[in-house]
Design a protein around this ligand. Structure first.
Ligand code: PMP
Length: 394
């Protein structure tokens, strides 16, 4: 059996119809299949390869850590240089109140940790999340997902979880003094790139302050430079009590974090129970890769170029079949009139060597979230191919 057959036969699948493309190697903004056909990566493995595939600084950091040691001990028992250096570097990018970083393996685990922390800190159980939100695939994260179809087969999930409208000030009344936390993506990803505004975030912050509720911002998809600021919440001038990150944070390696104040974080661990245990969380190799990623984002001025590249996409993606282009930085959704049309365009683009994608909760929009390292020439080429693909299939 070839690898594709083995893939279909023996690998657990996430969807009924996976793309099943076999990639031989990846470098920068390109992936190459076994026939050396190049694919321009417009989605970065869903917001992961923010600084491109196999950035030399990340590869170097990984190799150097592999030469020292791999996993040593359950997270949090030993002083491990890459972990503490990374935690320190992350806090340097944040307001003083976010000074304690709990490293985990993934975005879902970051959500789980944050929910546990919020319950433990407040002694409350009620959690509010937003319609069309996505916070991960584990049971707690699924409980705060905003898509009923995703949750239905797994009910009952966590009790006392409720949805409010994303950016709906009228729903803020539902935050009361029984509410442990509100969890919200600063920019909604899987909803198809949906944004709200500063006045909503200010009202949300004020309501949380008034009721003693913790505010959790999920920046798993929109953090680490994706939107043109290091953290998406910088656009809105409102600071959360707990911040989640993963995906782009690892430069292609698995890692995530939930971040809070030392004061709040302390409540996760005090007696009589252990708060959150993770064997591989903050794996030394992932932590080293993440630190290198952070340094690259800071030293290569990638974030400051995001707005210009975003504007270029907007100026080029003009076609009568394109209904709307929504974006926050290089987190973009290109909307068409139907799923059928979109599906054909995405498959045509794959033929043409352009990798784009669908969203979980928005069936008529194409995901565009390329590595921030994409050049203007590559953006022009990609947009031309998108317009051509639309003409071919429409
Ligand atoms: N939160 C958000 C906003 C996400 O987009 C995702 C992944 N798409 C997650 C959490 C879950 O992350 P992971 O797949 O690493 O568990």
């Amino acid at each position: 059996m070839n690898n594709r057959q083995l893939f279909l036969q023996h690998l657990g699948q996430t969807s009924e119809s996976p793309l099943a493309l076999e990639i031989e190697r990846a470098e920068g903004v390109y992936m190459y299949d076994q026939d050396n056909k190049a694919y321009l990566d417009l989605i970065s493995g869903i917001g992961v390869s923010t600084i491109g595939h196999r950035h030399p600084k990340v590869v170097e950091a990984i190799k150097s850590q592999v030469d020292r040691h791999l996993h040593l001990m359950v997270y949090g028992e030993f002083v491990t240089a890459p972990q503490v250096q990374l935690a320190h570097a992350i806090t340097q990018t944040l307001p003083d109140s976010l000074d304690n970083v709990f490293l985990v393996n993934s975005g879902s685990e970051a959500t789980e940790g944050a929910l546990k922390l919020a319950k433990r800190h407040t002694g409350r159980s009620k959690v509010l999340s937003c319609c069309n939100a996505y916070h991960g695939a584990t049971m707690g994260a699924l409980s705060v997902a905003g898509g009923e179809s995703l949750k239905a087969p797994f009910l009952p999930l966590l009790p006392d979880t409720h949805q409010i409208g994303f950016g709906s000030p009228e729903d803020l009344e539902q935050i009361d003094d029984l509410t442990a936390a509100v969890i919200i993506e600063t920019v909604q990803g899987e909803a198809g790139v949906r944004q709200t505004d500063s006045s909503y975030f200010e009202a949300l912050r004020a309501r949380c302050n008034k009721t003693g509720t913790l505010l959790i911002f999920d920046e798993v998809q929109c953090g680490f430079g994706r939107t043109g600021k290091f953290w998406a919440f910088e656009h809105y001038g409102v600071t959360p009590d707990i911040l989640l990150c993963a995906k782009g944070m690892g430069g292609g390696m698995p890692i995530g974090a939930f971040i809070s104040s030392k004061n709040i974080m302390h409540d996760l661990t005090h007696d009589p129970i252990l708060g959150h245990i993770t064997t591989f969380g903050g794996h030394p190799v992932s932590a080293a890769a993440s630190l290198a990623t952070l340094r690259v984002l800071q030293s290569e001025q990638l974030i400051s170029q995001v707005a210009e590249k975003e504007a270029l996409f907007h100026s080029l993606l003009k076609h009568e079949q394109i209904i709307e282009v929504r974006s926050k930085g290089l987190m973009m959704a290109v909307a068409f009139d139907s799923f059928e049309r979109l599906d054909k365009i995405i498959h045509q683009l794959l033929e043409d060597g352009i990798l784009s994608d669908w969203f979980l909760f928005c069936d008529n929009a194409m995901r565009i979230a390329p590595p921030l390292t994409i050049t203007k020439e590559e953006i022009k080429m990609a947009c031309n191919k998108i317009l051509q693909a639309i003409d071919i299939v429409c």
